[in-house]
Design a protein around this ligand. Structure first.
Ligand SMILES: [Zn+2]
Length: 384
């Protein structure tokens, strides 16, 4: 191998050089390697920190977001000082603080069908550290088309999954999940929450797999899916097989180029809610406050989880969590004016679609959710 380590690098990576499965040769492979990490959130944080520490020579970082204070409970690459900064810049600084001997490329943009192929082609391995289905299918498809391994991880509350999708040697993500779930069925971490340590566990396994792929140590997680549950500390290994009818990695692929993944999944490619409701279905917090003050007969429906009422609640609101609304529509009076709300207005907007589908007419969504109410009407109330 033409890559050589400097004396500084030999000292820095000394503990790797003593392991037979890595050694000087493996460390040179790490230095020569390039890895793209899509997402600098919960999963991206440990992945990026460990790959930087391990001496992966060139690391690409893709994200479009800025650091928010609610990220810091789990996104440990970012600091309180970095709140408001670009995530890619915050991540690069921390990685270079940890290891100035590596190169960090930043892409401050959404990862889309328009730029994915061009970016992925510059790297040996891709890490899926995303938080939404459109980007996850995009990462899979671009990896299959470009012939790169996709080191996959996903998290929700106390549960996580990890695998290595390498279509050249095993199944891909579409072999496992040919179709995305119906929009809104699987809550995002922004809607359902995530245990802060969980991405540390899952992201550390992803980083392990990347380093194994590069050095050739051990057996990669190809053809296997690990399911981890933090509550009972259980790891389940599921064997995966290549789907002979897979639309992208099968012998007769239908998908031969990148598609519109937001359309494919019926979802936006980020975890923040977008407002697709027409104005007639929305009510502003101030307007609702005025109506309640005038004692208008309004049925307030809180579609959050019960636990969220520990933080904030509107007096008199009925709790019907979003997941139950479809089966409990009969509890609501079609003739009464109904106002739905959640934390920020995303879940309640979807709940409203369900009610409209069930023939309700006098129903509105509280714009911005209870957080907007707290901000605009009741400043003493917690926002979260
Ligand atoms: Zn496949």
């Amino acid at each position: 191998m033409s890559v050589k380590l400097s004396q500084d690098e030999v000292l820095r990576y000394s503990r790797h050089l003593m392991i037979p499965d890595v050694g000087l040769e493996g460390q040179c492979k790490l230095k020569a390697a390039s890895v793209l990490v899509v997402g600098t959130g919960g999963l991206g944080s440990p992945v990026l920190l460990y790959l930087a520490a391990a001496g992966v020579g060139r690391i690409g970082v893709v994200d479009y977001d800025v650091v928010d204070v609610s990220n810091l409970q789990r996104q440990v690459i970012h600091s309180t000082q970095a709140v408001g900064q670009l995530k890619v810049e915050s991540a690069r600084q921390r990685m270079l603080d940890l290891n100035p001997l590596i190169q960090v490329d930043v892409y401050n943009e959404l990862f889309t069908s328009a730029n994915a192929m061009q970016i992925v082609q510059k790297y040996d391995v891709v890490v899926d550290a995303t938080d939404n289905f459109p980007t996850r299918y995009l990462v899979n498809d671009v990896c299959v088309l470009a012939g790169k391994p996709d080191v996959y991880g996903s998290i929700f509350r106390f549960e996580g999954q990890v695998s290595v999708f390498d279509a050249l040697n095993g199944p891909c993500y579409r072999c496992l999940f040919p179709e995305p779930p119906p929009p809104g069925l699987v809550p995002t971490c922004a809607e359902g929450g995530v245990f802060g340590v969980l991405p540390g566990t899952i992201g550390s396994i992803q980083a392990t797999e990347v380093i194994k792929l590069i050095t050739g140590a051990g057996t990669p997680l190809v053809g296997k899916l690990i399911l981890y549950d933090a509550l009972d500390v259980s790891f389940q290994t599921i064997k995966l097989r290549k789907n002979p009818h897979c639309k992208i990695c099968g012998p007769e692929p239908e998908v031969t180029h990148l598609i519109d993944y937001e359309e494919f999944c019926g979802l936006p490619a980020h975890d923040q809610g977008v407002d697709h409701l027409a104005a007639e279905w929305e009510i502003e917090p101030s307007e609702l406050a005025a109506k309640l003050k005038a004692r208008q007969d309004i049925c307030l429906v809180d579609v959050r989880e019960a636990v969220e009422q520990q933080v904030s609640m509107l007096p008199g609101a009925r709790l019907i969590p979003y997941g139950e609304i479809g089966s409990r529509v009969n509890e609501l009076d079609r003739n009464q004016e109904i106002v739905l709300f959640c934390r920020t207005g995303t879940r309640s907007a979807r709940a409203l679609q369900i009610l409209l589908g069930a023939g309700f007419q006098k129903v509105k969504n509280l714009r911005g959710g209870i957080n907007a109410w707290a901000e605009q009407v009741e400043p003493g109330m917690y926002r979260y």
